[in-house]
Ligand binder design. Structure first.
Ligand SMILES: Cc1ncc(COP(=O)(O)O)c(C=O)c1O
Length: 425
């Protein structure tokens, strides 16, 4: 398996105090404990820059698009600027950015449009590691006779079985749908390598980068993928989804749309009135990350370079937290760890881990932790193929701990102490 490359310049260590000061909700207390937000994979907290942008939209720019008056023009400018921000975020052109309600809705819309052109017997490849939002929209095309082939994992470390993937991609494959990183066990998939395999077979490559986006920089040009989706609410922005599509594909495939809506890019894919106030927040989320990057590398020459510097610093911080977390977890009696636990392989994972504890369901552990102000997630987190494959779906799934750049070593230590406590009971 190839090693995922963390693009980025050398930058100063993360200023965690500055980071935390940007996120007002981190001050929350629960039962006298400071809240520890280890639930980032289900949605991250939001910096005040994002809140301000949403409020400012309502104060100054609350109108529909393309009107001949001030607030409408101002809204048009906000949307254009958020689109430019996402283009920098993905490293693509502005008209290749499509906003939508969330990743799931966007992916169903895209699968319906692509499905119009597929024939019975055509094949689509999905994986056992993926969130169901990157499985169900493709499986829905089975109604048209499309054959869905599912790539297995290596159970020992929850990485994709690349040999199986090579077998599943055939001359009949029309699209390969793979996650950039697993929202359940944190595995980072070699998506550039998989894109090459898909293209060699004449298939399109669709990447679900929802889980990867808060952890690493995305470069759609370098990946050469055909489509890539992510959700700003997982990387410090508001609850929305964003699609990158290669221009030629966004022009070629036919979305379901109303007749008066423009047929140009990207409008033809943005059906109905968008959640404009939140689009304002998307631009602010990207700018927050860029601001963070400029603090880490004041020489960053443009927003894209600043984003790369931000990810370089956040990755270092997250890996330090992850090392402490995994080492601590592996020492807890009765704890079963899922995914990559060998620090030498940490370049193939991000800072999201899943576990089970003997004698407790994941819900019981999450409830125990929640009462101590530690927020984790329990169940299958919609990574249903995976929890079924691991044989844990019928017994409550897994407990997930997700670390992002605003988390601290103190929070990791509090979590470990609480898990040691419940495990010893
Ligand atoms: C990896 C992954 N893909 C897709 C989704 C679905 O995203 P959305 O909530 O934007 O539809 C999630 C949400 O948790 C996710 O973690």
């Amino acid at each position: 398996m190839s090693t995922p490359v963390m693009h980025g310049t050398e930058s100063k260590p993360l200023d965690v105090a500055w980071v935390r000061a940007q996120f007002p909700s981190l001050q929350l207390q629960v039962n006298g404990y400071p809240a520890a937000f280890l639930d980032g994979p289900a949605g991250t907290q939001v910096p005040k820059q994002v809140m301000d942008a949403v409020q400012s939209y309502f104060l100054n720019s609350n109108a529909n698009t393309c009107g001949a008056f001030a607030t409408s023009r101002s809204n048009d400018a906000i949307i254009a600027s958020a689109r430019a921000a996402m283009a920098d975020f993905f490293n693509c052109d502005k008209d290749e950015i499509v906003f939508g309600q969330n990743m799931t809705t966007i992916t169903f819309a895209l699968s319906r449009a692509i499905g119009r052109e597929l024939n019975s017997g055509d094949e689509i490849v999905v994986t056992t590691l993926d969130h169901d939002a990157n499985v169900a929209p493709w499986r829905a095309l089975a109604e048209r006779g499309v054959v869905i082939r599912q790539v297995d994992i290596r159970e020992s470390d929850c990485t994709l079985d690349l040999e199986d993937l090579k077998k599943k991609i055939t001359a009949k494959t029309k699209l390969v749908a793979v996650g950039y990183a697993s929202n359940a066990v944190g595995t980072i998939n070699p998506v550039a390598e998989i894109t090459k395999l898909a293209h060699a077979a004449g298939a399109l490559m669709f990447i679900d980068a929802v889980h990867y986006a808060p952890h690493g920089p995305i470069d759609v040009r370098a990946l050469d993928c055909d489509f890539l989706v992510c959700s700003p609410y997982k990387f410090f922005g508001p609850h929305m989804g964003t699609l990158y599509g290669k221009r030629e594909h966004l022009l070629r495939f036919r979305p379901y749309k109303v007749r008066p809506a423009p047929d140009s890019l990207p409008d033809r894919w943005e059906t109905g009135t968008q959640v404009q106030e939140l689009i304002a927040g998307i631009g602010a989320a990207v700018d927050y990350l860029a601001e963070l990057g400029r603090r880490c590398d004041p020489t960053a020459k443009d927003r894209r370079s600043a984003l790369l510097a931000a990810y370089c610093a956040t990755r270092q911080h997250e890996m330090a937290l992850l090392s402490r977390l995994v080492q601590g977890l592996l020492a807890i009696p009765g704890l079963r760890f899922f995914g990559i636990s060998d620090p030498k392989q940490f370049h193939q994972r991000c800072s999201t881990v899943s576990l089970r504890l003997t004698n407790y369901t994941p819900t019981e552990i999450a409830t125990f932790l929640g009462e101590r102000g530690i927020f984790t997630w329990d169940g299958n987190y919609y990574a249903l193929n995976l929890t079924e494959r691991l044989g844990v779906e019928a017994i409550g799934g897994l407990l997930r701990i997700g670390l992002v750049h605003y988390n601290t070593l103190e929070e990791v230590d509090r979590l470990l102490a609480a898990l040691q406590d419940i495990a010893a009971r």
